[in-house]
Structures are given as C-alpha cells and as structure tokens.
Design a protein around this ligand. Structure first.
Ligand code: AMP
Length: 140
C-alpha cells in the first residue's frame, strides 16, 4: 500500500483484465486490494505489485469483513461471470455505499439495469465493436 486516504481501489477478479489493471494501478503508486477465489490467479501479478491480495469468493459477505470497503474510492468487479459482477456491484453500492462502482458485463443487454442503479459498466463486446468500426472507418 502506497498512498493513504481515499485513493484506494478494490478489484474483484484477478484474471487477465483484473491483474493487468491491478499491476498498472500499483505501478502508478495507487493503493490496490485485489480479491480472487483462486489463489493461483495472483500469479498474474507482477513481483513489484505492492497491493493487498485477498483469497475468497466475492459473493460471500464474510470475505468483505476482512476488507476496508468503506475506505475505498472505487470498486471494480471484473470476474468472468456477469451474475457475480452484478451481485458484487450491488452489494458494495448498497451495503457499503461505495461511490464509484464499475462492473464488467459480457451481456450488453443488462447494461440498462446498471445505469438505473448508478453503476458504470464496461462491456467488452460493445468496446470491441466500436474499435473495429473505428478501424474500418479509418481504412475506407
Ligand atoms: P478472466 O476470465 O481472465 O477475466 O478471469 C476472471 C477471474 O475472476 C478468475 O481469476 C476467477 O478466479 C475470478 N472469479 C470468478 N468468480 C469469482 C468470485 N465469485 N469471487 C472472486 N473471484 C472470482
């Protein structure tokens, strides 16, 4: 942990996206806590990663008792299951009142539910489609 105060980010899911984000934030001197149910997942973190790792299923409320959630400026939930990301995002928003919550959603049709709850979403299919469209536009 490097900085103090509110600049503290919790990432749920240490997969390809979660680990890459955690490494980048840690490199940028941000305080990071990353949660994954599979301890092997933390191997994706760089040796220089200076954050905290928590092993546990993020849908289990007990796991959150070991984490300073109320001290977090943001929670980013990027597990590989939309339902898990939905549940975690709602829990941290409604129980712990985290202001900034971002969830990855594979299914773009669920985005409207999140927008109503004030939760930001990242949808890889939508982002990829926009990027491909941009590449096509640039070459025509
Ligand atoms: P990826 O598919 O590479 O983005 O990886 C997703 C990560 O989310 C994996 O490391 C999984 O172990 C992790 N994951 C999936 N479900 C949960 C959960 N309920 N709690 C914590 N981590 C999870």
């Amino acid at each position: 942990m490097k900085k103090s105060g509110k600049e503290y980010t919790i990432i749920v899911g240490c997969g390809r996206l979660g680990a890459s984000l955690a490494n980048a934030l840690s490199d940028g001197e941000e305080n990071v806590c990353i949660v994954d149910k599979n301890p092997e997942a933390f191997r994706k973190l760089m040796p220089s990663f200076a954050g905290m790792t928590v092993i546990g299923d993020a849908t289990d409320f007990e796991v959150w008792k070991d984490i300073n959630v109320s001290g977090a400026a943001a929670v980013i939930t990027v597990t590989n299951h939309d339902n898990t990301n939905i549940l975690v995002a709602q829990m941290v928003r409604e129980v712990f009142h985290v202001e900034h919550v971002i969830a990855r959603l594979y299914d773009p049709e669920r985005e409207c539910v999140f927008q109503a709850l004030g939760i930001e979403t990242i949808c890889p299919a939508v982002l990829s489609s926009q990027a491909i469209h941009g590449l096509l536009e640039a070459t025509h």
